[in-house]
Design a protein around this ligand. Structure first.
Ligand SMILES: [Zn+2]
Length: 181
């Protein structure tokens, strides 16, 4: 699985890619707060560790319902009533993109397959491209040196991509302004 810092920077990057001139501002932080919340929303299934006594069983059920594309299709029309992006079709596009990117990031890691098409298919997608951190409900794993190293590496890579996208967006919006002035 990807860790929270990696998901957060990915969500922020998507929000910047789709941002219009009004949203591309530090003063409009609510758009970016919501992007971070959305980027972590699929991991709401972490609560399974609290209700399923067997951690290994809970781990098997994770990355199914709340990480599936049909779930995102169902939940997105509900989310647009609370999310700040306007108009609604654009809000739906941004929310759906951030949620889907979360699942894509998760399936890049070893041993953490994602059931993208649940409930229509139980096929698990897993590319095993990156080494994994298995928290499996044990929050102590988060403060282990290897996990901290992993979090920092993921966060730094995410931050570099975010900064590059911000620079490109800034240039694009400035270019548009010059073209219309
Ligand atoms: Zn996840």
């Amino acid at each position: 699985m990807s860790l929270p810092l990696g998901h957060a920077t990915a969500g922020l990057t998507v929000a910047v890619i789709f941002a219009n001139r009004e949203e591309f501002s530090l003063k409009k932080y609510s758009y970016y707060v919501w992007a971070v919340i959305l980027s972590g929303l699929p991991d709401i299934d972490f609560f399974l560790y609290l209700i399923v006594p067997d951690r290994h069983l809970a781990f098997i059920y994770r990355h199914t319902v709340t990480h599936s594309i049909p779930f995102f299709i169902v939940i997105t029309p509900m989310l647009i009533w609370v999310l700040p992006w306007k108009p609604r079709w654009r809000c739906a596009m941004i929310a759906f993109s951030i949620l889907t990117l979360h699942s894509v990031m998760d399936c890049l890691y070893r041993d953490t397959p994602v059931t993208f098409l649940w409930p229509f298919s139980n096929a698990m997608v897993n590319y095993e491209l990156l080494p994994d951190i298995k928290i499996m409900g044990d929050m102590n794993v988060l403060i282990q040196p290897y996990t901290l190293f992993h979090t920092i590496v993921e966060g730094v890579i995410g931050l570099i991509i975010f900064i590059l996208v911000v620079k490109l967006k800034w240039r694009a919006l400035s270019h548009d302004q010059t073209a219309f002035s």
